[in-house]
Design a protein. Structure first.
Length: 201
């Protein structure tokens, strides 16, 4: 089975974004990670290597102190190795577009825990930087809903625990860690669901 046959021609990509607030129009995107999902010969999903960037706040961005305290990001720390959001998104979108073409998919679909939050920030940033966004504009796959169905849980850490996946709370709220764990959770749930192709007309 090819991955394009599994989700209506879409390439599944897990995204997590750490931000300086909840308003996608005014608040800075500070960190982003993407994990493209692959499929093996048995039709099982697996996460590919993550692509991760620390990002400088865009000019005029709002930085909510409570958000920075929550995610622990020090934007002035030179060891962050932060780059401008246009460069980060351009690199990320380029690899996703390459995979879309390689897998003969139509476009990418964003997978996330509270996925619409990440989609809004991603589209706000791509509009600011005037970059063409490879993700579907409004369709997402939310692991909150999948976890509620599979485990009766909506909190990421609790759902991951129910799935039998290792989770370190001390590492949480890093885009890299959360994306990798969300990708593992997504694959676990989808791989435990028996998929049958719709009958052809």
């Amino acid at each position: 089975m090819q991955i394009k046959e599994r989700i209506r021609g879409y390439l599944p990509v897990v995204i997590d974004i750490e931000t300086a607030g909840f308003n996608h129009q005014t608040d800075a995107m500070l960190e982003i990670c993407a994990v493209i999902i692959g499929i093996d010969e048995a039709g099982k999903f697996f996460p590919k290597e993550p692509q991760h960037f620390h990002i400088n706040p865009f000019e005029g961005a709002n930085l909510e102190p409570s958000a920075l305290k929550f995610n622990g990001i020090d934007i002035d720390n030179p060891l962050r190795g932060a780059i401008d959001e246009k460069l980060a998104l351009n690199n990320m979108f380029k690899s996703i577009r390459t995979e879309i073409k390689t897998q003969d998919c139509t476009r990418a679909i964003l997978i996330g825990h509270n996925a619409f939050f990440d989609l809004n920030f991603l589209y706000a940033a791509s509009n600011r930087t005037k970059l063409k966004n490879p993700f579907h504009q409004f369709s997402t796959i939310d692991t909150v809903s999948l976890s509620a169905l599979a485990f009766g849980e909506t909190v990421l850490a609790k759902a991951i625990n129910k799935a039998g996946i290792e989770f370190d709370n001390a590492e949480a709220h890093s885009a890299l860690y959360d994306t990798v764990k969300t990708a593992e959770l997504f694959c676990h749930i989808f791989n435990h669901y028996e998929f049958s192709e719709m009958p052809k007309n």
